[in-house]
Design a protein around this ligand. Structure first.
Ligand code: NAD
Length: 484
């Protein structure tokens, strides 16, 4: 299926919204006034729960009601979520940015608009039939029941909304343990989705959210007998925990997407696409470009061109100074990790940390590194992009594979040589492999195909869809009902 994202419409709405945010926004439109608070909650009201057992019990009853309800009501419930994402994108986007301090307001708004417009729903659920001498067999895609959901801080409301649309479309209900640092946003969105769904359809508790999430509440969801399947979206810690659980788990884990640029690439387009992708929401997307390997003969051309598309080039010393300020080596795992205070921050915050003033409107900092730079293995999730010069495409591909860490998540290639693309696609073996476009083209924005906020690489479901959250059932009639 191919969902279309009307990019012009989205851009117009975003720019109109930002224009209305008169005076008082930060360099990338950071909020100036605190937005409205979520309504104080009582247990079980509007889908908000303190206790996992209560939340699962409510979600189980709700799932039985949803299964008995008409498909029309199910469709209306999903429309309620879409409508809120579309009509309240500005308020919810602001609210989440205010709570988490991660990302950019224009992109927070855009992400919700895209979800409202084009995340696939019930239209994606198929029924297959085979008829023959021995009768008719129908294969249908049924709900699992109650799904346990873990959401990341980087896209608290988008992941909640996207998962809810897809999971409810398939007839499931959700019990959600949001990231503690994005919980207020998740509560506000859940309350609004729940009220709208109840008013429209009479259905309640389709989304049950734990108001004070902890590792213990996550574990209670992971082990609850009435939670049929887990869908977790996050970094290595939650991936390991979900994989170690005894349940079927759909696991959307971390990425460190490499980009290869070879000597045949359209450098101007590559520079524009790389800056756009890596700067998006200040580089917190799991699919966002995290390191670039460029063939030496075109490296200067690419580095110069990135400066013409909103990039600000750092010197080697500045790149090292930024590494000392913004990332660190975790002693236990030996992995390079982002310092939390820089995750998803605007480029000027990174620049100031190394005593640098940058032009207003700068989208992304970038600079050259060598193979031993800590920036290459690090999923930095901040608007700095390391660029490494390579002897040839083969070396660039080898390093792309090395620094993708075998996550199998996302990789990008800019080339007009189909052999380079093929070689890289085979070698890097990722769920998403985008050629000649920014990373988000892999999720339908500028490329073909639908989008999702949970990309399940470790467990192999890929770009999740409503079909991901179904179990396959076969209904067989022997000798009859073939009417031909
Ligand atoms: P995170 O791993 O810190 O947290 C993700 C969620 O997991 C949170 O709700 C957190 O409370 C929970 N969690 C963490 N450790 C846990 C454990 N041991 N047991 C149970 N729950 C646990 O990640 P984050 O900072 O919120 O998000 C960024 C990470 O998520 C990045 O690595 C990014 O690549 C990844 N991500 C992946 C996708 C995808 O679709 N593959 C999408 C978004 C983000």
């Amino acid at each position: 299926m191919s969902a279309t994202i009307d990019e012009t419409l989205i851009r117009d709405v975003v720019s109109e919204v930002l224009n209305r945010l008169a005076g008082g926004s930060g360099s990338n439109g950071s909020p100036a006034t605190p937005p409205r608070q979520a309504t104080p909650t009582a247990a079980g009201v509007d889908g908000i729960y303190q206790d996992v057992d209560q939340a699962v019990a409510a979600a189980k009853t709700a799932q039985q009601r949803l299964a008995a309800a008409t498909l029309k009501a199910r469709g209306e419930a999903i429309e309620c979520i879409r409508k809120i994402c579309l009509e309240q994108a500005e308020e919810l986007g602001r609210y989440e940015l205010d709570e988490t301090g991660i990302g950019r307001l224009d992109h927070k708004i855009e992400k919700l608009l895209v979800i409202g417009q084009s995340i696939p729903g019930m239209e994606m659920l198929t029924t297959e039939a085979v008829s023959g001498d021995n009768g008719l067999t129908v294969t249908e895609h049924a709900p699992y029941g109650v799904l346990g959901v873990i959401t990341p801080v980087t896209h608290s409301i988008p992941t909640l909304a996207c998962n809810a649309i897809m999971m409810i479309a398939a007839g499931n209900t959700l019990v959600v343990n949001p990231h503690p640092s994005g919980t207020r946003s998740a509560v506000l969105a859940t309350q609004r989705f729940s009220r709208a769904i109840r008013e429209k359809t009479g259905l309640d508790n389709l989304i049950c959210l734990i108001e004070k999430p902890t590792l213990e509440s996550a574990n209670a969801i992971f082990t609850h007998p009435d939670v049929e399947v887990l869908c977790v979206t996050g970094g290595p810690g939650v991936v390991a925990a979900a994989m170690a659980s005894n349940k079927k788990a759909i696991v959307a884990g971390p990425g460190n997407p490499p980009v290869v640029v070879d000597e045949t690439a359209d450098l101007e387009k590559a520079a524009e696409g790389i800056v756009f992708g890596a700067a998006y929401d200040n580089n917190v997307l799991c699919i966002g470009e995290k390191e670039v390997f460029v063939v030496a003969s075109v490296a200067d051309g690419l580095l110069d061109a990135m400066g013409r598309h909103g990039g600000y080039r750092l010197t080697g010393e500045q790149v090292e100074a930024l590494a000392r300020a913004a990332i660190h080596k975790d002693e236990k795992s030996g992995h390079w990790l982002a310092n939390k205070e820089f995750v998803g921050k605007d480029p000027d915050v990174l620049a100031r940390a190394i005593g640098l003033e940058i032009p207003k409107g700068t989208q992304l900092l970038y600079g050259e590194v060598g193979e031993d730079s800590p920036w290459l293995p690090c999923e930095q999730m901040m608007p700095f992009l390391p660029i490494m010069r390579c002897r040839n495409a083969d070396e660039a591909i080898r390093l792309a594979v090395k620094f993708e860490h075998g996550f199998g998540h996302t990789a990008v290639c800019w080339s007009r040589n189909v052999e380079t693309m093929t070689k890289m696609g085979k070698a890097v073996d990722t769920t998403l492999f985008v050629k000649n476009g920014p990373c988000m083209a892999g999720l339908g924005a500028g490329g073909e195909g639908f989008g999702s906020y949970s990309i399940a690489s470790p467990t192999g479901e890929g770009i999740t869809s409503p079909m991901t959250y179904t179990r396959v059932r076969r209904c067989v009639m022997v000798d009859n009902l073939r009417i031909l």
